[in-house]
Design a binder for this molecule. Sequence first.
Ligand SMILES: *Cc1c(COP(=O)(O)O)cnc(C)c1O
Length: 391
Amino acid sequence: MNDAVAQRKIAFGMPLIGPEERAAVAEVLNGPCLTHGPRVKEFERAFAEFTKAPYAIAVNSCTAALHLAYLAMGIGPGDEVIVPAQTHVATAHAVELVGARPVFCDSEPRTGNIDLDQIESLVTPRTKAISPVHYLGLPVDMKRLVSIANSKGLRVIEDCALSLGAYESNVHTGLLGDCGAFSFYPAKHITTAEGGMFITRDEQLAKRVSAGRAFGIDRNIVSERHLPGAYDVTALGLNYRMSELNAAMGICQMQRLSEILARRNENHARLTALLRQIEELELLSSIRIDAVNSHYCHVAILRGRLANRRVEIIERLKQIGVETSVYYPRPIPNMTYYTQRYGYTERDFPIAVRLSNQGIALPVGPHLTPDDMVYVAAMLKQVIREVASRG
Ligand SMILES: *Cc1c(COP(=O)(O)O)cnc(C)c1O
């Protein structure tokens, strides 16, 4: 590599935090109300408006939203939930947390999403739900998934941590099944530092999740409690509330969302065109008829004899300032906790293993420009050739 080449620093992810967020958080700190205030409601309203969700409930992580969904549905010991093997551990942990069993399903080779051809064979009399993940922002074929779920009487909990701004048939992800859970962790589309959102069309579910996020209390402190202490506890609950500080950030982030999505889309399109010219790479399909992808990142899979050279390639890229990532580093059933519990092996999930071992996740976030994409593709090509020539 010619070290005289002008180097850029390409971060994998970088939240867009501006003077608006800083002022909004300072305003909360200077005011009387750190939690139970108007900002959480305003953030929920903005999120509901964007997604067209009848109910949007802010919580302190996507994991919390998923956990509350299972609690609200009464899913627990003795029940099974089908989840993708290739996902964030939270998708499966939320099932474990209520004492139910996650049953893992391999990925579809073309997109990396849960393999719908395998779902029916995993359904048992104990199966209660399916939790699809819109992997990298490409919506799962929800028409087909929901029809499978309906034919078996299963609930559908969408993990939308990577799919803010992703739609099928003009319906936002999270509203295609029974409910959806979003993440506002810093690497995601928008951030509140830590945070999450639960959305649904189901009033009963919304009521239970809303109570569950605050100890199971039957009344909201701001609008319904006229006297201190005038509340009853009608269910077991947790404290999964979002604070006013996080919500203040969220409100500002929602105002940036259209721009964020447009930039991701533009970067992704540019990067796709360039990566197609690198013959050592296989690209996951990122389009589906009648669906909108939220373009979380781009995963390129190393082919042939480069398949086991991923570590060298990502290390070299890092050295020259190009950060990459892996989505996700190991299929969840092959993580120690799940292997010890259920005895899965890597042979059970060949497609997920391939994505984990041979995939390189490349950034397309709004902190980067199409010109940066040209740079990323050029550096990747150069490093691939360099590693290949070392034999
Ligand atoms: C990031 C992520 C989560 C976890 O989100 P938190 O807000 O950190 O709880 C869950 N599922 C998927 C698919 C994710 O990528």
